[in-house]
Ligand binder design. Structure first.
Ligand SMILES: Cc1cc2nc3c(=O)[nH]c(=O)nc-3n(C[C@H](O)[C@H](O)[C@H](O)COP(=O)(O)OP(=O)(O)OC[C@H]3O[C@@H](n4cnc5c(N)ncnc54)[C@H](O)[C@@H]3O)c2cc1C
Length: 435
């Protein structure tokens, strides 16, 4: 074993956070990834010429640094796309976000939503919302909460909105002004709202093209795929991999926080207890290939009603045609059921009917093939234990030179850009230490 002062920075997990850390680090590093290829959630699968990400992975850049980085990595190869997102409810498609585009809904639904919004504006809350359900009622009123916010978020998070706090949502849930809601209700279309008005996407090869461009620039370290450490000893600053003991000077861990805690040698009881309280919902989704090009003009739809088996459907090939062979379509379908894993053939007849009803595919028999996939870690649950648990674990880890980062290392809700920036920032911190 080399002496500790020669030990490298170990980066655990080779998703965008780990890759970005390695890319920015100015010290020798060792990147360990349990899968056979880097990228984590930012990978793309290909079947018979159809490309599928791990559900929609559209790149929304807000920061000048990431904008410049992506342009440098892929000059002229990222396509700017103006978002076309819709809501499918009450048998009709309306514009996103639901709350600012009530026009087109059945009149009784639109008026219920509009009156509820006005009443909420006239009766401002006297105390902060206790949970996300209360947040919706306070900000949007009863109609919008009932027809969209509560049922959609229930399907997405896999838990009722009253079980989660509203702390995660300020950036992701657009809150329109009364003027915009009224205009949207009568069809006087308001400006686009929300954090994702437009996005970038690789012209070819799915989101993994971006990941690979970053990986191709890695230097100054070693990548080991198929590496899943058995144990991490914080006092000795070592980890065990396939029986071999490897020293580290610092560690950046982007693997899911509970998985990291489960590998710690003799963690304190408070860390074990905190880790046991972390909750996360998985996502099951379908990669769907179609025989014909979908007539739909949208990139994705939100589907709040319980009678439909999915909560979001996207058409990759409508954003970037190269995602499917000419004349065909490639879609992702995010399923709401998190019960026993079904067989794809059992669910497809209902799913195909519902996709056709929503206009996402041209007819139920237009499905060429479908593949069922699962992301074990998808949505961290922001329940009442969340903050104290994450703080307890993070404090303990950082006191021992382990820096949990990224969507599942920091145990949060974020996007690819946040992960690239988190990797950059932790690399700067560790590079400064050695300087
Ligand atoms: C359904 C869904 C849709 C999304 N859509 C978008 C979108 O449209 N736009 C957007 O910007 N973001 C989107 N995101 C968020 C985006 O995927 C993440 O922010 C980002 O990819 C997370 O990167 P990461 O490196 O932090 O984590 P991951 O990508 O999860 O990487 C962690 C890595 O650690 C590895 N690992 C796990 N355990 C171990 C172990 N024991 N040992 C070694 N390695 C291990 C994993 O294999 C993985 O490669 C979406 C996320 C989900 C779940």
């Amino acid at each position: 074993m080399p002496p500790l002062e020669d030990a490298r920075v170990v980066i655990l997990g080779g998703g965008l956070t780990g890759i970005s850390t390695a890319y920015h680090l100015k010290r020798p590093w060792l990147l360990l990834e349990k899968e056979q290829r880097l990228g984590g959630h930012a990978r793309t699968d290909e079947t018979r010429g159809f490309h599928f990400d791990k559900t929609g992975h559209w790149l929304h850049l807000r920061d000048p640094y990431t904008k410049a980085l992506i342009e440098e990595l892929l000059p002229g190869q990222m396509v700017p796309v103006a978002r076309k997102a819709r809501i499918f409810s009450n048998g009709v498609l309306t514009r996103f976000p639901f709350q600012a585009n009530l026009h087109g809904l059945p009149p009784e639904v639109a008026s219920e939503c509009l009156l509820g919004f006005i009443k909420a504006q006239m009766n401002p809350p006297t105390s902060p919302p206790a949970n996300f359900e209360e947040f919706c009622l306070q900000k949007f009123g009863e109609g919008i909460s009932k027809h969209f916010m509560i049922p959609y978020n229930h399907k997405l998070w896999g838990v009722h909105p009253r079980e989660i706090t509203s702390a995660w949502c300020s950036r992701f849930v657009p809150i329109p002004k009364l003027d915009d809601v009224v205009k949207g209700a009568v069809g006087d279309v308001p400006p686009e709202l929300g954090y994702n008005i437009s996005f970038l996407y690789p012209a070819k090869g799915g989101i993994e093209t971006m990941t690979r461009a970053l990986v191709a620039r890695l230097s100054g370290g070693e990548v080991v795929c198929g590496a899943n450490p058995e144990a991490i000893d914080l006092r000795a600053q070592t980890l065990t991999l396939g029986g071999e003991v490897i020293p580290w000077s610092s560690m950046v861990a982007s693997i899911p926080l509970p998985e990291l805690c489960a590998r710690l040698v003799d963690p304190p009881q408070e860390v074990v207890d905190a880790a046991s309280r972390l909750r996360c919902t998985p996502v099951r989704y379908l990669n769907v290939a179609t025989r014909t090009k979908p007539n739909a003009d949208f990139h994705w739809i939100y589907v709040p009603e319980e009678k439909y088996p999915f909560y979001r459907v996207g058409i990759y090939s409508n954003a970037v045609p190269s995602m499917a062979p000419e004349g065909h379509g490639s879609l992702y379908v995010e399923l709401s059921d998190r019960g026993a894993l079904p067989k794809v053939d059992e669910i497809m007849p209902d799913v195909a009917q519902a996709l056709a009803a929503a206009g996402a595919i041209n007819s139920p028999d237009d499905v060429l093939f479908a593949e069922l996939k699962e992301l074990k870690y998808a949505y961290v649950v922001f329940d009442d234990h969340y903050y104290a648990s994450v703080e307890t674990i993070t404090k303990y880890l950082e006191a021992h030179q382990v820096f949990p980062r990224g969507r599942y290392g920091s145990w949060t809700y974020n996007a690819m850009e946040d992960c690239i920036l988190a990797g950059r920032d932790v690399a700067a911190k560790l590079s400064a230490v050695s300087a």
